[in-house]
Write a protein that binds this ligand. Sequence first.
Ligand SMILES: NC(=O)C1=CN([C@@H]2O[C@H](COP(=O)(O)OP(=O)(O)OC[C@H]3O[C@@H](n4cnc5c(N)ncnc54)[C@H](O)[C@@H]3O)[C@@H](O)[C@H]2O)[C@@H](O)CC1
Ligand SMILES: Nc1ncnc2c1ncn2[C@@H]1O[C@H](COP(=O)(O)OP(=O)(O)O)[C@@H](O)[C@H]1O
Ligand SMILES: [K+]
Length: 503
Amino acid sequence: MKLFTAEQIRALDRYTIEHEPIASIDLMERAAQAFTDWFVQHYPASRPVAIFCGMGNNGGDGLAIARLLQAQRYTVQCFVMKLKAQGSDDFETNLQRLQELTTVTLLERAEQLPVALPDDALLIDALFGSGLDRPVEGFPAQLIQFLNRTKLPTVAVDIASGLFADRPNGSGDVIVKPEATFSFQFPKLAFLLPGNAQYVGEWYVGDIGLHPEVIQQTETSWFYTDAAAARALLQPRTRFSHKGNFGRALLIAGSYGKIGAAVLSAHACLRAGAGLTSALIPQCGYKIMQTALPEVMVMTAGSNKKIVSDFPPLGAYDAIGVGPGLGKDFKTAKALGGLIEKMISPMVIDADAINLTAENQAWLAKLPRQSIFTPHPKEFERLVGPVANDYERLARAKEFAQRYQCVIVLKGAYTAVVLWNGEVHFNTTGNPGMAKGGSGDALTGILTALLAQEYDSATAAKLGVYLHGAAGDLAAQHNGMIAMTATDLIEQLGHAFEQLNHA
Ligand SMILES: NC(=O)C1=CN([C@@H]2O[C@H](COP(=O)(O)OP(=O)(O)OC[C@H]3O[C@@H](n4cnc5c(N)ncnc54)[C@H](O)[C@@H]3O)[C@@H](O)[C@H]2O)[C@@H](O)CC1
Ligand SMILES: Nc1ncnc2c1ncn2[C@@H]1O[C@H](COP(=O)(O)OP(=O)(O)O)[C@@H](O)[C@H]1O
Ligand SMILES: [K+]
């Protein structure tokens, strides 16, 4: 699915108005109706509702929502933040329509705050939408601070007031903190960035019927991978397949005390469908791996029993994943540098292999094209240096992926898969139960398995990240987010594939 900037969404609105055609006031009514339909499913009519409206089209939505909720027997109080004499045309029309039914309270200055609200009120924030063009100051900021201080559950219309849809806010910006956001047609880029979590809450998207043709034609480099998008990436496994079709995968992982990382990544590799899974691990892990995973072929190499310090010829493998629990011994580093020089097919580079690459930046030029890096935010900063905010992180990842023709998987909630062609694909699966040691090791195994099955790097990364999160979601259903482990996630991979197959 595509993601668009606020400016592009405005253009899509305009095109729809002109070509559907539909009057802009009717498009606003459609948006307000979509919000209202969602709202009545989530919040009971027994709770009083207070709606705070600005004077642009977001405020116009708020006024229409007030009228529609009243028709659904909600008790609604409506406030308009009056900053100027005249609002947008559709705001004014909706103001008139509402005032024929009920009184609207105008808020113009700080002395009118605090506004008395029932203890069980639900707040709807329709002060500013995607038309926000500067940080909020003065009276609007005081009003937002008041709303946040009430601690009453708040739902944002389209986007929380004060939050920029597609560029960074300043650290002191005043922004509504909603428990949920209901957005029109598309999620905003801002929703997918970790720094904005408190300004988004749970987000939902409602279809308002923007013109499908123009959505298809409008170019973007931002996407998100939902079930339909992931389903389209899946290759069928035919009746006549044999293990040779599904590739030989190798994990290079583990060190003394971290053999578990090697076991987890090899286990995930098996469950993600590699034909043959091998592991190159330190000698001290030999029995552990053979016992834990009899399906995995194990090699040990090097004189130091605690680390992997020597790589035998590895030409026989279709895909190699390196890094989980590997450690950063200088002998390991030397062997890894040699491997990177020799390899020609894409590799998965995770954890300590990322940290070692960060310390040996000369390797980057020699890296097989289309290799996949899987850094969490700290590992990414080791690779490229400090970044100031989520937007800069994405920009730096794009630069890096383009320069070294690789894929960067920026891990976190809404993991971003950044491709060498400049595309960014946000993942939609996963949950905080995965923020636990071992989840990342599982991802490395999955990606290596998909590369071994001849998925190209971009597809492997998008599909693998989706399946990893989907398996994490199933593990959370069965074990709960608190108790679930990386092994639980891996054991759900089969169900995650099945679920996707039938999506
Ligand atoms: N036809 C459309 O364009 C549709 C638009 N919709 C709604 O329209 C919204 C966008 O409407 P608008 O473009 O009118 O924008 P807003 O409603 O976000 O408000 C923009 C107004 O606020 C002013 N403003 C911006 N930042 C400010 C600040 N920091 N302090 C004080 N004033 C500030 C602007 O100068 C402008 O007058 C969307 O978020 C959505 O809710 C929906 O009704 C769907 C259809
Ligand atoms: N809140 C969250 N929502 C979704 N996925 C998450 C969340 N927190 C962590 N994850 C996922 O869990 C994995 C953690 O990986 P990583 O940080 O490398 O941990 P480890 O190395 O301990 O396994 C990543 O794939 C990340 O995207
Ligand atoms: K809003």
